[in-house]
Design a protein around this ligand. Structure first.
Ligand code: UD1
Length: 356
C-alpha cells in the first residue's frame, strides 16, 4: 500500500513524525507532501531536523494568504501531486487549513482519507480550526481519535463507528520520544536565558492577537506579571508582525524572543512554573508534563486536559489569571492522572490499523 502524508503548519510536524516512522518500520511505501503553509525556517525546517523527519518529497510552497486563497492554493497545487503519486490512503493531521484542503481534494478524487487527531470539538465556530475539523471529519474514511470525547463527538455527528479508532495521542508519542534530548538541552538553555523560576507564554490565535482592544490589555497584564516572575515569550510570526513595536516596549522581564525549536520549547515547558497560552497542542503537552497551563480561551477542544490534566480555562478573567499565576509561582502543581492511551504508542496503533 502507498501512503501519502500532508503536512503544512508547525503543529502538523510532531504529529506526522511518529506515524511516518511506524509506517517506515513496517516497510510501507510513503510520500511526504509539505504544503508550505508555514515556510519560515523557525516554523518548519527546524522541526524536520529535530524530529528526524525526511525532507518532503513534494513542496507546494503555497505561503500565507487569506483563508480562502490559502485553502484554494493548497487544493489546486495538491491535486496534480495526488493524481501523479496515486496513493491508496492520504493521511491528514490536526485542524489547519492544509488538513481540510487536502481532504477536500481527496474526497472528490475518491482517495481514502485518514484523519489523525479526529473528533476534537471546541463547539466554537468562530475558530477557523473548528470548521476545518468538522469538514475533515465528515470527509474522512478512517478517523483516529486521541481521547474518548472524540469518539463521542463523532457519534453525535452521525459518523459510523466502524470508521473511528481510539488510538491515543501522536503528539505525546513525539514528546515521550524526544524528552530525554530536550532534557539534555536544558542546562545550556538555562544559562543562555539566565533562568531560575520562570513562566512561559505563547499567543497566536486571531481572537487574541488580531484586535487591539483584546491584545493590548493582555500584553499589559503579562508585562505586570513578569515583574513578579520572568516570562519567556517566544513570539509567533503572526503576533510579531502585528505588534513588534509594542512588544519592544515591554519590561525586560517579559522576554520576547523568536520562535523556539521543538526540543528547546519542550525543555522550557517542562521546567516552567506555569505556561500561559492559547495553543491547542500545548494544553496537551503541559498536561503530560504536569506543568500548570493557563489557557487564554473561553473553550477548549481538548476537555480532557481540564478534567484529568493541568489545564485551566481562563478566558479573559484577569482576576483568575492572577490567582493561578500566583499559586503556580509558589510552586503549586496539580496531581495529574494518566490519560488513557497517551503512552507513546499511538502511532504504532495507527500503523497497525492502516496495514490491515
Ligand atoms: C496556523 C493554524 C493554527 C495553528 C498555527 C500554529 C490554520 C487556520 N491555522 O495558524 O491552527 O495553531 O498555525 O502555528 O491553519 N507567517 C510567517 N511565517 C510562516 C507562517 C506564517 O510569517 O512561516 C505569518 C504570515 O503573516 C501569516 C500569519 O503568520 O499570514 C499566519 O499564518 P497562517 O498559516 O495563516 O496561520 P497561523 O496563525 O500560523
Amino acid at each position: 500500500m502507498k501512503f501519502l502524508h500532508v503536512v503544512g503548519a508547525r503543529p502538523n510536524f510532531m504529529k506526522a513524525a511518529p506515524v511516518y516512522r511506524s509506517l517506515a518500520e513496517r516497510g510501507q511505501e510513503q510520500v511526504l507532501v509539505h504544503t508550505g503553509q508555514h515556510y519560515d525556517a523557525l516554523m518548519s525546517e527546524v522541526f524536520f531536523k529535530a524530529l528526524e523527519i525526511p525532507s518532503p518529497d513534494e513542496s507546494l510552497n503555497v505561503g500565507s494568504a487569506s483563508h480562502a486563497h490559502q485553502t484554494a492554493a493548497i487544493m489546486s497545487s495538491f491535486e496534480p501531486v495526488v493524481l501523479a503519486r496515486r496513493p491508496d490512503v492520504v493521511l491528514v493531521y490536526g485542524d489547519v487549513n492544509s488538513t481540510v484542503a487536502a481532504a477536500l481534494v481527496c474526497s472528490k478524487l475518491g482517495i481514502r482519507i485518514a484523519h489523525i487527531e479526529a473528533g476534537l470539538r471546541s463547539f466554537d465556530r468562530s475558530m477557523p480550526e473548528e470548521i476545518n475539523r468538522r469538514v475533515t471529519d465528515q470527509l474522512s474514511d478512517m478517523l483516529f481519535t486521541p481521547s474518548i470525547d472524540g469518539n463521542e463527538n463523532l457519534a453525535r455527528e452521525g459518523i459510523q463507528k466502524e470508521k473511528v479508532f481510539l488510538v491515543g495521542n501522536v503528539m505525546i508519542d513525539t514528546l515521550i520520544r524526544f524528552l530525554p534530548r530536550a532534557d539534555e538541552r536544558y542546562a545550556k538553555l538555562r544559562s543562555e536565558l539566565s533562568l531560575d523560576r520562570f513562566g512561559l507564554v505563547t499567543l497566536h490565535r486571531p481572537s487574541n492577537v488580531d484586535d487591539e482592544a483584546v491584545f493590548l490589555p493582555m500584553l499589559g497584564l503579562l508585562d505586570e506579571l513578569s515583574r513578579e516572575m520572568p516570562l519567556i515569550f517566544p513570539v509567533h510570526p503572526r503576533t510579531r508582525q502585528k505588534w513588534s513595536a509594542r512588544l519592544e516596549q515591554c519590561n525586560p522581564n517579559l522576554r520576547v524572543i523568536a520562535p523556539l525549536g521543538y526540543l528547546e520549547f519542550l525543555a522550557l515547558q517542562k521546567n516552567a512554573r506555569v505556561v500561559i497560552t492559547d495553543s491547542g497542542g500545548i494544553q496537551e503537552e503541559t498536561t503530560y508534563l504536569g506543568t500548570p497551563c493557563l489557557t487564554l480561551r473561553e473553550n477548549t477542544e481538548r476537555p480532557i486536559t481540564v478534567t484529568l490534566g493541568t489545564n485551566i480555562l481562563i478566558g479573559r478573567d484577569w482576576g483568575l489569571l492572577r490567582k493561578h499565576f500566583h499559586e503556580a509561582h509558589k510552586g503549586a502543581r496539580k496531581k495529574v492522572g494518566c490519560i488513557p492511551l497517551w503512552d507513546g504508542n499511538a502511532a504504532e496503533r495507527i500503523a497497525e490499523i492502516l496495514g490491515r
